[in-house]
Design a binder for this molecule. Structure first.
Ligand SMILES: *Cc1c(COP(=O)(O)O)cnc(C)c1O
Length: 408
């Protein structure tokens, strides 16, 4: 197959809508445009039926007991806000302490920061060098006043998968609610809300080949029944937890994306892992002084490769491979020049953090693309290193970090 450009390798940022998903959605923009809350005519009934069908598709993928436990939202940012603020406000009489992890997505961390300004106390747990939480650290952090633990299923930068089942055992034992931001892990690793004792879980359609602007929050209804204070008030949709007219085409697309994952995830993950390992082997056999960030299988997202290239600026490398869309591993918001909070939490040297690239391999990538990317990256890293005085010193056997620079 002929290559076409640009090559998209940023599938943790967002994914292309699968043509099968788009096809399922289209009628709900045109013929079936009813409001799912319209109870007294066929337009409403059709819309409602489509929504309930999608709810069932989401439920099946995550192993929930009832479709009523799926609350549709505008995406995972909203789901994380609803889960954490919803629990905090609902259970504030019971306690004011929340536990989360330093490498969480900003939608979790910034929500927690706001709650701190409102008088809640938040513990931000450390991770090990691979980015994993020690379940025992969660156990130790739980206090009498702890109402919620929030730990993501899979990290969006370095692809590390967290020991959710073990943490769920601990939170259930201690009677503390457990939320997980499951956006990146959904369909990429085993996930089951019942088996893992998860009480709340956030999802986003556009990370799984569905449309943007639609997501869901799983809210357990039984043992324990989780109650949430809503953050959006209105007509009382979604059991009063999330008011607002339902995004029917988006929900249909999200449901279809889940059904496809359920059917194809095992085969797809094998393929992603093969492509990822091929890229990794090519880069690591051709280049010296490069480092893998994150964990090894089975604790790694099958499509994630996060690499630091010593003596090379990540941004400069990206400029040299403009025909390839990747993400600089150093800045989580590309607007800021801060090294990412995730790499900082891993203890990656800030300089090395700025030399990092995240490759996010997805459903539509081909072997030819991976081979092209490997060659282009190797060529560009070598070119940039040839212009680097520090690399020159390194090759001469001088450790530049021990040099005493003289300033005038
Ligand atoms: C993308 C992402 C989000 C935000 O999801 P949106 O639907 O874009 O709001 C939250 N958490 C993780 C881990 C993500 O990767």
């Amino acid at each position: 197959m002929a290559l076409s450009f640009p090559i998209y390798l940023d599938n943790h940022a967002t994914t292309r809508v699968d043509p099968r998903v788009l096809e399922a959605m289209l009628p709900y923009f045109t013929e079936h445009y009813g409001n799912a809350a319209s109870r007294n005519h066929v337009f409403g009934w059709q819309a409602e039926e489509a929504v309930e069908n999608a709810r069932e598709q989401v439920r099946t993928l995550i192993g929930a007991k009832s479709p009523k436990e799926i609350i549709f939202t505008s995406g995972a940012t909203e789901s994380n806000n609803l889960a954490i603020k919803g629990v905090a406000y609902q259970y504030r009489e019971k306690g004011n302490h929340i536990i989360t992890v330093k490498t969480e997505h900003k939608a979790v961390l910034e929500t927690c920061k706001r709650l701190e300004r409102e008088g809640f106390e938040v513990s931000y747990i450390d991770v090990n060098k691979q980015g994993q939480v020690e379940p025992d650290d969660v156990r130790k952090a739980i206090r009498d006043k702890t109402i919620l633990v929030s730990v993501m299923l899979c990290n969006n930068e370095i692809g590390t998968i967290q020991p959710i089942a073990e943490i769920g055992k601990i939170t259930r034992e201690r009677g503390v609610l457990f939320h997980t931001d499951a956006v990146q892990g959904l369909g990429r690793t085993f996930f089951d809300v019942e088996a893992m004792n998860v009480d709340l879980a956030s999802f986003s359609a556009h990370k799984i080949y569905g449309p943007k602007g639609i997501g869901a929050l799983y809210v357990r209804r039984n043992r324990p029944r989780v109650r949430l204070t809503p953050i959006i008030d209105g007509g009382g949709h979604e059991h009063g937890m999330r008011s607002g007219t339902l995004n029917v085409p988006g929900i249909v697309g999200f449901g279809k994306a889940c059904a496809i994952l359920k059917e194809e995830m095992h085969e797809e993950n094998e393929r992603l892992r093969m492509l990822r390992n091929r890229l990794r082997e090519k880069l690591f056999s051709a280049l010296e002084m490069i480092h893998l960030n994150g964990a090894e299988d089975p604790w790694r997202h099958p499509g994630n490769l996060h690499v630091s290239f010593s003596f090379v600026e990540g941004e400069a490398l990206m400029m040299g491979i403009k025909e390839i869309a990747v993400s600089s591993g150093s800045a989580c918001t590309s607007a800021s020049l801060e090294p990412s909070h995730v790499l900082r939490a891993l203890g990656v040297d800030p300089e090395l953090a700025h030399s990092s690239i995240r490759f996010g391999i997805g459903r539509f990538n081909t072997l030819e693309e991976i081979d092209y990317v490997a060659e282009a990256v190797i060529r560009e890293v070598n070119r940039l290193r040839e212009m680097s005085p520090l690399y020159e010193l390194y090759k001469e056997g001088i450790d530049y970090r021990t040099i005493q620079w003289i300033s005038h």
